[in-house]
Ligand binder design. Sequence first.
Ligand code: NAD
Ligand code: GLY
Length: 384
Amino acid sequence: MTAAPAECSPRTIRVQLSADPYPVVIGAGCLARLGEQIGDRGFREGTKVLVVTNPLVHQHYGTIALESLRQAGFEASELVVEAGEDRKTLATVARIHDAAFEHRLERGSLIVALGGGVVGDMAGFAAATWLRGIAVVQVPTTLLAMVDAAIGGKTGVNHPGGKNLIGAFHQPRLVLIDPTTLATLPEREFRAGMAEVIKYGVIGDAALFAELEAAGDIGSMAAVGPALLQTLLERSAAAKARVVAADEREGGLRAILNYGHTLGHVVETLCGYGTWLHGEAVAIGMVAAGEIALAKRLWSAEEQRRQKALIAAAGLPQRWPSLDPAAVLRCLQADKKVKDGRVRFVLPTRIGAVEIRDDVDSERILAALSAQISPESNPDQTSP
Ligand code: NAD
Ligand code: GLY
């Protein structure tokens, strides 16, 4: 067990949904106040709470979470599921349902997702489907989940044919972010999370992008430091909260959050789930989207250079893997954003702005990807 500091002076960002607004609470040491925070959200003593986590996160933070819940008077139990993108399946969700049955979770009960995006997506989906929907609280412990996955209510699992094809929108009642939990996160995972932070810079926050550029090395917690970490957690959460509040069900605007994901999902699916981390695949996908934007003269070579330099400063990969072009096109057709057979890409127009386009033909996609395979254009490739 890793001891968490007892103090917690959180910053709160609200996701202003008209039906069920909820807070994103960010504060060092807040995990030890999980029970109290859940109590503040209106859950009464005696409520059954199932904490879903994975072995490593359980080892570091399981006891802190459970003790906090029990001290606050909740009837808490836990389920430890195997971690990993390849375990983000309906079979694992069925295990959560089994635990919900075993512990007799009722309509007023609660599931707490304690872990990275994989645990969060699966526990959220289990909560969305148990008794047609019970409450979920997201307690993200990876950078990626803190800045993205835990906020916004997308839950689900992978299908062999594509990422996140099975799922539901199910907003959490609370997102509790304790940055001190990142102390135990492996550096590769930290870097993967940084891809989503860079995404927020490109899609809408040029100042954040510039702040990251100015920091130089952003490839580890030590290099980033607590002040910039706090800034990027708050700015990312605020950006996500804004977009989700404006377009909860991805009728339009929310699709911009998928910048880098359309082609990133292709990398994840065709290379095998878990070969590349989600954030690494997003980094490759952002560079690929930048290449397409460049070919379509939507943005400049200088802006693509800046994007690639920042991705390199985060120690993230950028080179497109050598994949069968026909398989790439087939996989793109399975993307959730395909409409009338046309793939919709989020393409950058400048640092801080993107457009959603469905006018990218297959030849252009493949040409941009093959340019990205070239070693000259990607000298700093990192292997998975
Ligand atoms: P992950 O959940 O696989 O976690 C990465 C690894 O870090 C795991 O091995 C885990 O055991 C370990 N870990 C987690 N917290 C730790 C800690 N504090 N200390 C030590 N180890 C720790 O990966 P991820 O990057 O968090 O999430 C990726 C998933 O999130 C993907 O499945 C992706 O599709 C999903 N996602 C969802 C959304 C959404 O809106 N729902 C958005 C982005 C990504
Ligand atoms: N990560 C994309 C979204 O939440 O919409």
